[in-house]
Design a protein around this ligand. Structure first.
Ligand code: JFZ
Length: 480
């Protein structure tokens, strides 16, 4: 009776599985033909993208007119993100726009910024050229609302690109399509007049983007924002053509999934579920938990130090992330094939706040010792454990255990993928400290830590083989 039941369950499971597989093939065959969907399935395989993939750690910079009020206006605090303060009813728009006459960052030093990023261990930086307020940090020819018409007068993007490049850091330009300063910007197109205005706005956007690529030819990519409103989402053909044009004049250019929608208004992933752009750009202040969530795509996570403040905010509120918390986020991103990008919000005078300088220094101190487990690393294929994260040197058998939570027992459990053996285990900060993993079952071992009271994250290197070790014991699986 019992075996009959089991048999029935088995048959049902097999049939269901076949049904699902048939559905999947069906889905592929009947994928909707799209004019403006993804141009590719799967990851890019060229050297520029491979370089991006290997970065591991990046820096984000939000800097603009909003850095002057720093989340405060006439003694009143704005509780939203400081770079959104113009949208607050507490401020007349014209007063905000007049901040251009007060923008004079006398303490700005591009080389010092680049040095801070370099010390932290960042391999790339994403810099706001224009945020939603429309203020341009470069002297754009297509609007008056630029740094050229501020008391500072000089270009900021050029010196930043040069300084970062000199420090060996790649530059990506952040660009908000949404522009609160341009009278032709529309959230939604409701009338013929709106449509004409938005056509002018599209020309303006194209002009600015081509201008940026012409002025700063060494940049590696563009980071788009402010692309969620209806008016822009309906521009599938225009945005697609513009993307193609930019790629043509700037070979290797990297563009995330937040630039354009397909003809059905689908963003990030097109109607057929394929990623549009070169990497998934939706991991904003959140990190995936499992490798399945990234669908084999490239991705990066952008993170703030306080809760949701990108631009400078005088009064950081709530929880301020600590160095070790940020390092843990970095480890989690790299372990799941992503990059981690930490945001900085310099002050209106061009200086970087002490808290951020300290974090950069402390992250850098850790990176100096442990960077091997971060740069050019990928998902290791090991079952996740509560003590931390695994990364693997891309294309090799060298695995890293990034340990953030030492169990009270000091025993670190390891479950190895099949056909994997460990030939050597040692601490990255002191290779003379070796471990002999205790094998307790098929592909299951323990590393017993000598010191159970570690108070900083550290790394253990596992040199592994792709064969089951010769001396391996055969384990009989317990029947349940
Ligand atoms: C946007 C901006 O509005 C914000 O000021 C900042 O520049 C940030 C990096 O990007 O904010 C977003 C955009 C997308 C999401 C969340 C906040 N999202 O997809 O969850």
């Amino acid at each position: 009776m019992k075996s009959k039941k089991i048999f029935l369950i088995l048959i049902t499971a097999i049939l269901f599985n076949q049904f699902c597989q048939a559905q999947q093939t069906e889905f592929k065959q009947t994928a909707v033909p799209l004019k403006h969907g993804a141009h590719r399935t799967g990851r890019r395989t060229d050297p520029d993208m491979a370089r991006w993939r290997a970065y591991g750690l990046g820096q984000f910079i939000h800097w603009g007119l909003y850095s002057i009020p720093g989340g405060e206006w006439n003694g009143k605090t704005y509780n939203g993100a400081s770079e959104w303060i113009r949208s607050w009813d507490g401020i007349p728009k014209s007063s905000y726009d007049s901040l251009i006459y007060h923008f004079n960052p006398t303490k700005f030093d591009a080389t010092a910024w680049a040095k801070t990023a370099q010390q932290m261990g960042a391999k790339y930086v994403t810099i706001t050229t224009k945020h939603h307020d429309g203020f341009c940090l470069w002297p754009s020819k297509f609007t008056k609302y630029t740094v050229a018409n501020s008391p500072y007068k000089k270009d900021l993007i050029g010196p930043l690109v040069d300084a970062y490049n000199k420090a060996g850091i790649d530059v990506i330009l952040y660009f908000s399509v949404m522009d609160w300063n341009n009278p032709d910007w529309r959230y939604e197109i409701k009338t013929k007049a709106d449509s004409l205005a938005f056509d002018r706005f599209k020309t303006f956007t194209r002009n600015q983007l081509l201008e940026l690529l012409r002025l700063y030819p060494t940049v590696k990519g563009l980071w788009f924002d402010g692309t969620w409103d209806k008016a822009w989402v309906q521009q599938a053909a225009f945005a697609d053509e513009l993307e193609t044009e930019m790629r043509k004049i700037h070979p290797g250019l990297i563009i995330g999934s937040r630039f354009r929608a397909d003809e059905n208004g689908k963003r990030h992933f097109d109607t057929n579920g394929n990623l549009m752009g070169d990497y998934e750009q939706g991991w904003e202040r959140k990190i995936p938990s499992t490798i399945n969530e990234v669908h084999g795509n490239d991705w990066d996570c952008v993170m703030t130090v306080p809760e949701n403040q990108w631009g400078y905010n005088k009064a950081w509120k709530g929880h301020i992330k600590t160095t070790d918390e940020l390092l843990e986020m970095l480890a989690r991103c790299v372990s799941l094939d992503g990059n981690f990008v930490l945001n900085f919000g310099p002050k209106g005078d061009g200086s970087i706040r002490q808290e951020e300088l300290s974090l950069a220094r402390e992250i850098g101190d850790w990176m100096k010792i442990n960077q091997e487990a971060v740069y050019d690393c990928e998902y290791a294929g090991f079952e996740p454990q509560n003590w931390g994260y695994y990364t693997k040197k891309t294309g090799t058998n060298k695995v890293y255990m990034l340990i953030f939570n030492v169990p009270i027992s000091g025993a670190l459990r390891l479950k190895l993928p099949s056909k994997t053996g460990i030939t050597k285990a040692y601490r990255l900060d002191d290779p003379t400290q070796q471990y002999t993993p205790e094998e307790i079952g098929s592909h299951e071992s323990f590393i017993h830590l000598k010191n159970k009271t570690e108070n900083r994250p550290f790394v253990i290197v596992l040199e592994t083989t792709k064969e089951t070790p010769a001396k391996a014991v055969k384990y009989e699986k317990a029947k349940t």
